[in-house]
Design a binder for this molecule. Structure first.
Ligand SMILES: *[C@@H]1O[C@H](CO)[C@@H](O)[C@H](O)[C@H]1NC(C)=O
Ligand SMILES: *[C@@H]1O[C@H](CO)[C@@H](O)[C@H](O)[C@H]1NC(C)=O
Length: 630
């Protein structure tokens, strides 16, 4: 671990990027005394992406631990649901208490937890989940139970969160074996004499076959006699566990480091630095080209005016009477820009929070919670930007604009999530958002975000549209045919390559954390990537807008948005590639995946499109303020 930190430190960004920086004193440390009860909580079961390189994720659905099919041992009273944050619920956490008896520093011998009878239908259900690589997720003192694994590339030990429900050795056996014995190793740290803290939770699950009512021995697993659930007759199954406490020199403050393992950091770094260099180089080049040709144009235009030559104008100066002509559908465009601006501020502030370390995985669900809250409160930004852009484009129906800005996108997102939710429910998953949470979100959106949005719209209207440096001619010019590469879709695809190229390394990790429930913590990388993407999007869109105007095509508004949002199409393509290469889903999984992917693409399109549009707007205003018009 230390060597990794030093390696990152070499690059001079360690304070921002090493995992220690994301780490944050989330909750206060908890001291236990000898014999104190240590609670074990159980979370929903999630499909796991097993370590090997070509492993595929086989499902996207979470199941409650106490789903009646699983027949896990319950506490003597009904299981009690633990309070969770909004984000944690949205991301599928469902945490309950459990009957495990664990006391600080007390090793136990092999204990029986309970014996259950599994009928054939449940056995079939469980066997299918084992084949799909489902993992159990336990929490002890806020730490996830993990399996200790070795990174095959670096040989480093790390804790892989979650442990398998069972194992499926494929052709050797007809049915998979279920794990019914848990070897729980708890690592503790002595913070001061008599005070102990939990700093690591490891579980080795094994399968104990044979007679399930025999007296408990040492619970050593016999690889030749695993526990197999029969799908023809009820199977008796005993769950056992053993607790071992093991001292560790890891202090509480760095206890998450073992979990936050970066697979092959070097490749990660090389590709990031690589794309960073390419992108910075391109940005500088593009800005220089733009700057030089524009200043040449300007001096030429102004010189011709001075010599009072009869020579005609050419290039972008020709369309000075058209550039600020109202585009088609200013209403829709301004709503998209408003919502995009709201999303941009949300993403920016969330990243800042993440960089400051408030959103480490030790605060479960904090990322999603902060995002929701930011989105809600930045309704004011959305309303303001939308109404000003609308006014600048000469829109008249301001009330309709304010109303649609506040409601259109939330309604679309909500409708999609609602449909997917129904789908999840029908698949029996616990990942479906509970009704109460849905209600809370509706309340946040329509009770706080929408009113704030109209407050923003009020101020936006008050400040009015942006002054334009040149007037619009009463009669529109004819537009000559544009070259092929400047046609809207071609331009969007071409310009999207650069921002996408800068982001796709990180995108892989983001997709894996979204869909394969891997914890995401590389916020330093993510923030850098986001900045690079924003910069490239802005530069490339300005460049394309300039070309478009030089080709005497003055309808740049929509084109700028589309060009800026071009990377979203690449994101869609990459999402489909990810599906093909990393996922092997059944029908309901495919519907869920595509639903979430399309939502992601839509949001990305709005964000990058807005960046492109606003950057072009700014640049075009600058451009036309620089020339003299008679
Ligand atoms: C628990 O068992 C482990 C392994 O046998 C041993 O190293 C450790 O000292 C024991 N701890 C206590 C508190 O008995
Ligand atoms: C306790 O930790 C040490 C290393 O810190 C390890 O070698 C040993 O196997 C662990 N004991 C158990 C019972 O896991």
């Amino acid at each position: 671990m230390a060597s990794r930190t030093r390696f990152l430190g070499l690059l001079g960004l360690s304070c921002l990027l090493s995992s220690n920086a994301f780490y944050l004193p989330g909750a206060a440390p908890r001291n236990y005394h000898i014999g104190d009860k240590v609670e074990l909580f159980v979370n929903a079961l999630t499909p796991m992406l097993s370590g090997s390189d070509n492993a595929k994720l086989k499902s996207l659905i979470n199941y409650d631990y106490y789903n009646p099919h699983f027949h896990f041992c319950k506490p003597p009273e009904e299981p009690v649901k633990q309070p969770e944050s909004l984000g944690s619920i949205l991301f599928g956490d469902r945490i309950f208490n459990s009957p495990y008896e664990i006391n600080m520093l007390q090793n136990t011998s092999c204990q029986s937890l309970c014996t259950v009878e599994v009928p054939p239908p449940a056995a079939h259900f469980i066997n299918s989940r084992i084949r799909e690589d489902y993992a159990l997720n336990w929490l002890i003192d806020g730490l996830p139970a993990a399996e200790m694994k070795v990174d095959v590339r670096t040989g480093e030990l790390f804790y892989d969160m979650g442990f398998n429900l069972g194992n499926d050795d494929g052709p050797r056996r007809e049915k998979p074996a279920i794990h019914n014995h848990y070897e729980i190793v708890l690592r503790y740290h002595v913070s001061s004499p008599g005070n102990y803290r939990v700093v690591g939770v490891l579980v080795w699950p094994t399968s104990l076959g044979g007679a399930q009512d025999a007296p408990l021995g040492s619970c050593e697993a016999d690889p030749a006699a695993p526990m197999i659930l029969s799908e023809d007759a009820p199977t008796t199954l005993r769950y056992t566990y053993r607790v071992t406490w093991n001292e560790s020199d890891t202090p509480w403050a760095t206890r998450w480091d073992n979990y936050l393992h970066i697979f092959d950091p070097r490749i990660h770094w090389f590709s990031l630095v690589n794309s960073l260099v390419i992108v910075v180089f391109l940005c500088v080049m593009v800005s220089m080209i733009l700057y030089r040709s524009v200043s040449r144009d300007i001096s030429r235009y102004n010189a011709i005016d001075l010599s009072e030559d009869v020579q005609e104008d050419w290039g972008w100066k020709l369309v000075h009477g058209e550039v600020f002509r109202t585009p088609n559908n200013p209403m829709v465009l301004s709503i998209m820009v408003g919502n995009g601006a709201q999303l941009c501020t949300m993403a920016g502030i969330t990243l800042i929070f993440a960089l400051l370390g408030f959103l480490s995985p030790s605060n479960r669900g904090s990322l999603a919670t902060v995002m929701m809250i930011c989105w809600t409160f930045f309704g004011i930004v959305g309303g303001y930007v939308s109404s000003r852009v609308y006014a600048s484009m000469g829109g008249q129906d301001r009330k309709k604009n304010a109303f649609l800005t506040a409601t259109l996108l939330p309604t679309i997102v909500f409708a999609v999530v609602f449909l997917l939710n129904i789908f999840l429910l029908s698949a029996g998953s616990s990942g479906a958002v509970p009704f109460g949470t849905m209600l809370l979100i509706v309340l946040l959106w329509f009770g706080i975000s929408a009113p704030l949005s109209s407050v923003g719209a009020y101020f936006g209207t008050k400040h009015g549209g942006i002054e334009h440096p040149v007037r619009v001619n009463p009669i529109p010019r004819q537009i000559p045919p544009t070259p092929k590469y400047l046609r809207p879709w071609a331009a969007a695809l071409l310009s999207g390559i650069l921002p996408f190229g800068a982001a796709f390394v990180e995108l892989y990790f983001v997709l894996s954390s979204l869909f394969a429930s891997r914890a995401y913590y590389a916020f330093g990388f993510l923030a850098l990537t986001a900045i690079v993407v924003a910069l490239t999007t802005a530069t490339v869109t300005i460049l394309f807008s300039y070309f478009v105007l030089c080709a005497e095509e003055y309808r740049w508004h929509w084109r700028a948005f589309l060009t800026g949002g071009g990377s979203a199409f690449w994101l869609l393509a990459y999402g489909l590639f990810y599906w093909a290469s990393r996922l092997s889903l059944d029908f309901s999984g495919v519907v869920l995946y595509l639903g979430y992917l399309l939502l992601l693409v839509l949001l990305d399109f709005l964000v990058t499109g807005t960046i492109g549009f606003l950057a072009s707007y700014w640049a075009i205003r600058k451009l036309y303020s620089a020339i003299r018009i008679d």
